[in-house]
Design a protein around this ligand. Structure first.
Ligand code: RIB
Ligand code: CA
Length: 317
């Protein structure tokens, strides 16, 4: 089986946990490492949560590194109202015995990409602070990065604000650096983010499973449903990982994209130029700052849902 060599950058977070669990368990993914960043909660809590998810996945010795403690500019803006006080559903899971890698996130990114014998796919599921710092610190290594498949942005409405999606809104300057980097980018944004979900009934079936990973996934989903009061609840960040290994399940369009780094009401918006070509010629989108980005606009929801369920619960049918 062809494997995809992958690095995740996370702010674990409940839906980051869905993604890490899947990436650590799916046989077509070679998870090289995980870097942690300030986002849903503080970076030390993100590290602690990520280590617990790797335990639940029964993962091998996958390096996990600590990264940026706040955005490039401005202050942290946490999302405990969505992810709980501990950032991962307040399930009271015992601390992991795993040890964090001694390298910083940007050093781990550099080393993993330099050492990989095959192309590396970087999957950021969080504010892009670590990725921007890596691009600026190690530009020669960045040229070796095969592609970025990120959860972030929106070609339509926002969630953190009317215009901006949380990961981009949290650090717009970092997002602008990443989008303008020249690395091929696939953007899994809010246009599809909410669609692949799991119901309370399915979560209860997972909790009853004999498999630790399924029990963990089911408990997280139930905690998410209780906190947000909706069922089905989205698998969120996981969708970006699925996009990276099963592109046939997703429909994409190429758009010129600019990140708004102003201080106005659209700060953090990923402005996607969806106009007809003759109109675009009238007034091109700010071309020195725009990038051609592959934006996910549709997906086979049931196939994407089943892919996650069957990966974390071998007995799922
Ligand atoms: O807007 C969705 C993003 O914000 C996801 O990465 C989720 O984890 C939250 O951080
Ligand atoms: Ca996230």
């Amino acid at each position: 089986m062809n494997k995809t060599s992958m690095i995740l950058d996370v702010d674990t977070g409940v839906d980051d946990a869905f993604a890490v669990l899947f990436a650590a368990m799916h046989p077509a993914i070679r998870l090289l490492g995980v870097t942690c960043v300030d986002g849903n909660t503080n970076v030390d809590q993100v590290v602690a949560n990520t280590l617990k998810v790797l335990d639940a996945a029964g993962a091998g010795d996958i390096p996990v590194a600590r990264g940026a403690v706040r955005p490039l500019l401005g202050e942290s803006k946490y999302a405990e109202y969505v992810h709980g006080a501990d950032g991962m559903g307040d399930l009271g899971i015992a601390p992991s015995q795993r040890r964090i890698d001694k390298r910083s996130a940007v050093e781990l990114l550099r080393d993993l990409i330099e050492e990989s014998v095959d192309p590396v796919t970087l999957v950021p599921l969080a504010p892009l602070t670590n990725v921007a710092l890596f691009l600026r610190a190690f530009p020669e290594t960045a040229k070796k990065l095969h592609r970025i498949v990120l959860m972030g942005g929106s070609a339509s409405a926002g969630n953190a604000t009317a215009a901006a999606e949380f990961n981009v809104w949290h650090d717009p300057e970092a997002a602008a650096i990443v989008f303008q980097s020249g690395v091929p980018i696939t953007m899994y944004g809010l246009d599809v983010f909410m669609r692949p979900g799991v119901t309370r009934e399915e979560a209860n079936r997972l909790v009853q499973s004999a498999q630790t990973s399924a029990q963990f996934g089911g408990a997280l989903i139930n905690a998410f449903i209780e906190r947000l009061g909706v069922s089905p609840i989205t698998l969120g960040d996981y969708g970006a990982v699925a996009t990276a290994i099963h592109p046939e399940l997703f429909t994409t369009e190429m758009f010129d994209v600019v990140v708004d780094t102003s201080s106005g009401p659209a700060r953090g918006q990923t402005i996607c130029d969806r106009r007809d070509s003759f109109l675009k010629e009238l007034e091109p989108l700010d071309l020195e700052d725009s990038a051609k980005v592959r934006v996910v606009m549709d997906l086979d929801v049931e196939a994407v849902r089943q892919l996650w369920l069957k990966t974390i619960d071998k007995g799922w049918s």
